[in-house]
Design a protein around this ligand. Structure first.
Ligand code: ROI
Length: 160
């Protein structure tokens, strides 16, 4: 069993509903269980500002799959929920599912970089992650709580 943290994000087509559907779908991946999910947070778009605010959360899973098999399953869920891969970098999206951490593994392949490259900079990743894993230590040996000290909240707001 490997403990995995997944970042969820959406800013199109009823984002809260997109995240709820995605959690359902995560729980139905074979050989995988959804353990917990953070609150949902509203966040300002990182990247182009001419797009709606995002809803973000972080979920924790236990899986018997390897990282690339899990990535296949996540990409299938994104496509099922209407994700279109466009040329525009950092544009609006109906659903984004990112592997943030895969146990203590460091992975660098054409398809997958783990820990996720944005993990230590993005408020909409580190704070939801801290909520569900307050004593987490990254594969680099750095405590997540230390990383959060350098990441401004930037209007991140828990949704009621
Ligand atoms: N901005 C926010 N706030 N949340 C996201 O999930 C998100 N995802 C992205 C980009 C376009 C970088 N900006 C984001 O992929």
């Amino acid at each position: 069993m490997t403990k995995v943290y997944i970042g969820l994000g959406a800013n199109l087509n009823a984002p809260v509903e997109q995240l709820k559907r995605a959690l359902d779908a995560l729980n139905r991946i074979s050989d995988t269980q959804l353990l917990t999910c953070s609150q949902f947070y509203g966040s300002k778009p990182m990247g182009p500002q001419d797009q709606p605010d995002y809803v973000n959360a972080v979920a924790c899973l236990d899986t018997e799959l390897d990282a690339h098999a899990l990535l296949d399953a996540l990409q299938t869920i994104e496509l099922e929920q209407g994700r279109e891969r466009k040329d525009e970098r950092w544009g609006a999206r109906t659903l984004d599912l990112d592997i943030l951490l895969f146990g203590n593994q460091v992975i660098d392949t054409e398809r997958l970089t783990v820990p996720h490259y944005g993990l230590c900079q993005r408020e909409f990743v580190v704070y939801p992650l801290l909520e569900i894993a307050p004593v987490l230590v990254l594969p680099s040996g750095e405590p997540l709580a230390e990383i959060c000290k350098n990441v401004p909240l930037n209007d991140l707001t828990p949704l009621k």
